[in-house]
Unconditional design. Structure first.
Length: 336
């Protein structure tokens, strides 16, 4: 089981803390209970405030944590909720939080900031040189204060070396389900989402993939190659091209790429294309042929087979489950 600590802060929107608590609590358990099977909970969830005392919300709902942050012995995941619009003042008020987060991260935890909560990760230095996101309305302010962060307000969820961010209130659900899927697998995440009548996590708003397709690693040349593939996924990018950009021999590059990412370059490109196609299907109503071409596959039959091997569903089935509401309704109306 994974240990999850959800931090409670004054003056934030309670749902950015409560929804993660409920999702992690239900993962592996609620679906089984609904089907009369023994629960197999995947996470132990606790809540903590700065001093162990209750926290107030701006609308009269106070929350009592289980413990103080100092009493948290171990966390595999730490979730930081939003804590109000006056984020500069809140950083001062909650100044003990960033060093605590840094210590949790250095002990091996995934650390996730929801909405304005990303400021605490940036203040701790965890986002320096990494990609993050936050609510679009404050992204400019964050970019000015934390220029070393690659802010991507167009994304719902980002992950970079165990540091995660999500933009907006609802994205607390996205990042929680994202972590369930990452740590427990797709089946457990889908079961959790279905049991709670939630959609699977939205990861990005545009039609290209920025998902972490590899474990955290420190090979900067390979990180640069990954970033290039996430932009140039439509092209047939060869290992030789990537190796040349990295000033490495093709064999050396391929060996380092596999060691860092767990995939060969061609397999990585394929994974990027599939994740991009999933995002397009979730967002738009474009024909599957157009999706296939957009991600670099002119042979739509080959694309359909590849997509099903990757997701367990055909593109049409995936759209019926996760596409826009208008498209899902049209699909249902076409059924006999």
């Amino acid at each position: 089981m994974f240990d999850v600590t959800v931090v409670l802060l004054d003056d934030g929107l309670s749902s950015t803390a409560i929804m993660p608590v409920e999702i992690f609590h239900c993962a592996g358990a609620l679906w089984n209970a609904l089907h009369g099977r023994p629960a197999e909970p995947a996470f132990r969830v606790t809540t903590a405030s700065l001093d162990g005392g209750p926290v107030r919300s701006p609308y009269g709902l106070d929350l009592q944590p289980a413990k103080a942050m100092a009493d948290v012995e171990h966390s595999d995941i730490v979730i930081v909720p939003t804590s109000g619009l006056q984020w500069n003042a809140k950083l001062l008020e909650n100044s003990v939080l960033p060093p605590w987060l840094k210590a949790q991260y250095e002990a091996g935890a995934y650390v996730a900031g929801t909405c304005m909560g990303a400021a605490y990760l940036a203040e701790a230095g965890l986002l320096d040189g990494r990609t993050g996101t936050t609510h679009w309305a404050i992204s400019g302010q964050f970019a000015a204060r934390y220029p070393r962060v690659n802010w991507r307000p167009d994304l719902f969820v980002t992950e970079d070396s165990r540091v995660l961010c999500s933009g907006g209130v609802y994205a607390a659900i996205d990042v929680s389900l994202y972590l369930v899927e990452k740590l427990c697998g797709h089946e457990v995440a889908v079961q959790c989402a279905k049991a709670l009548l939630l959609p699977m996590p939205r990861t990005h708003q545009s039609g290209y993939a920025m998902l972490p397709l590899s474990p955290p690693h420190g090979d900067e040349k390979i990180r640069a190659a990954e970033a290039y593939l996430q932009v140039a996924y439509r092209d047939d990018v060869s290992t030789e091209t990537l190796a040349g950009q990295a000033n490495l021999g093709a064999r050396t590059f391929a060996r380092r790429f596999k060691a860092a990412t767990g995939r060969h370059p061609a397999a990585y490109l394929q994974a990027v294309r599939i994740e991009t196609a999933k995002a397009m299907i979730e967002r738009d109503s474009d024909p599957i042929q157009a999706v296939s071409s957009a991600v670099g596959y002119d042979d739509v039959a080959f694309f359909r087979g590849l997509f099903k091997r990757s997701t367990g569903m055909t593109p049409a089935e995936y759209r019926a489950h996760f596409g826009p509401m208008s498209v899902r309704r049209a699909h249902e109306a076409e059924r006999p």
